[in-house]
Design a protein around this ligand. Structure first.
Ligand code: 3HC
Length: 309
């Protein structure tokens, strides 16, 4: 029961313990605030950078229907990014500061977006696997302890299921198509499977952030738990459309009621996270160019806002 005699820390601990949301005006430990500023801004960066690999195919979509669907999805991601930047700004840092951290390389974004999208089937693999993984992660984050982040996740999750379904529809369509189309879909699955399961982050034992994240109920499930959930729900989807998960160690474990799977290449993962992936430099350069070319829009909008109050 909250009472007026509680210190800031006691009230914070009481709210965390009782699954009550921490709100922007509440007292919070500096480390809790910094942890959220880092995770939420990097989440927002991921949404915005994630627009590039898919935006690459809007002009090359195979039909008007496909183009309209992809356009809608990429626009959604922009909205998710803006939503998350706004939620992150409630913690006392500005969007400009977050953008500077991204463009200078100080801040991270999801490694998955540093891979090229080489064929239309990649649009299917990204929607099905990347958004599929994001759904598992973001459904869990709906229960995060920070109010604005939790509410942002509720809104974003409503749109993610469309993202995953449209990707799976592309894969199913191609897997039922010509031999060449099926081969394209399998090739996309081969290239995106391992980077997608590594989206969930390092193993729990190698995750420096998970301890605090779980203590403060920022994370409600660990990296490995969420990864396992994603794999367990996705393997059957691949089998249903006749595609093969590129993991020779993948095997149903009756005792665990889950799939056993092979070890991920963490040296490669950290190399990509450190900036040496196939597209890291191109993604940041594109972001800087777009940000600079769009500065007149920000200036005009700010001038209008100042003039009209
Ligand atoms: N890519 C890049 N960096 C990663 C990473 C990945 N896939 N996984 C982990 N890292 C980084 C972490 O950011 C951390 O570095 P930092 O301390 O400098 O930030 C370090 O590796 C150690 O990882 P931890 O697991 O200890 O860190 P976290 O507890 O923060 O867990 C996370 C990482 C699971 C990504 C967590 O931050 C999270 O859940 N973030 C919110 C969700 C998110 O950002 N998803 C990214 C994709 S968004 C997306 O796909 C949108 C969709 O619409 C397409």
């Amino acid at each position: 029961m909250e009472n007026a005699t509680m210190t800031g820390q006691e009230l914070f601990d009481h709210k965390i313990e009782n699954d009550l949301k921490i709100e922007p005006k509440d007292w919070m430990p500096d480390d809790y605030r910094k942890h959220l500023q880092r995770q939420m801004s990097q989440h927002a960066h991921s949404e915005i950078i994630g627009m590039q690999p898919e935006g690459n195919w809007i002009l090359r979509a195979p039909s008007l229907r496909a183009k309209v669907i992809l356009l809608a999805k990429v626009q959604d991601e922009a909205g998710h990014g803006q939503y998350l930047y706004s939620a992150a700004e409630t913690l006392g840092k500005t969007r400009d500061e977050f953008i500077e951290e991204l463009q200078s390389g100080k801040a991270k974004y999801s490694s998955i977006f540093n891979y090229p999208t080489l064929s239309w089937a990649d649009m299917g693999a990204v929607g099905w696997l990347v958004d599929g993984a994001a759904i598992v992660n973001q459904v869990s984050l709906q229960r995060t302890s920070y109010g604005p982040y939790s509410r942002a996740m509720v809104k974003i999750c409503k749109e993610e299921s469309f993202h995953q379904r449209q990707g799976y529809e592309i894969m199913a369509h191609m897997a039922r198509g010509t031999e060449e189309q099926k081969a394209m879909a399998q090739d996309a699955l081969n290239r995106f499977w391992w980077p997608s399961i590594m989206m969930f982050g390092p193993h729990d034992g190698d995750s420096p952030r998970t301890g605090n994240a779980m203590m403060w109920k920022i994370k409600r499930e660990t990296n490995d738990d969420l990864r396992q959930q994603f794999i367990d729900k996705t393997v059957g989807q691949a089998e249903l459309i006749g595609l093969t998960i590129p993991d020779p160690d993948l095997k149903w474990n009756e005792e665990r009621g889950s799939y056993d799977f092979g070890e991920m290449d963490w040296d490669h993962f950290w190399d990509v996270v450190k900036g040496n992936g196939p597209c890291n430099k191109q993604r940041i350069k594109h972001h800087i160019d777009a940000h600079e070319n769009g500065s007149w829009v920000r200036k005009a909008a700010n001038a209008y806002a100042e003039k009209n109050g």
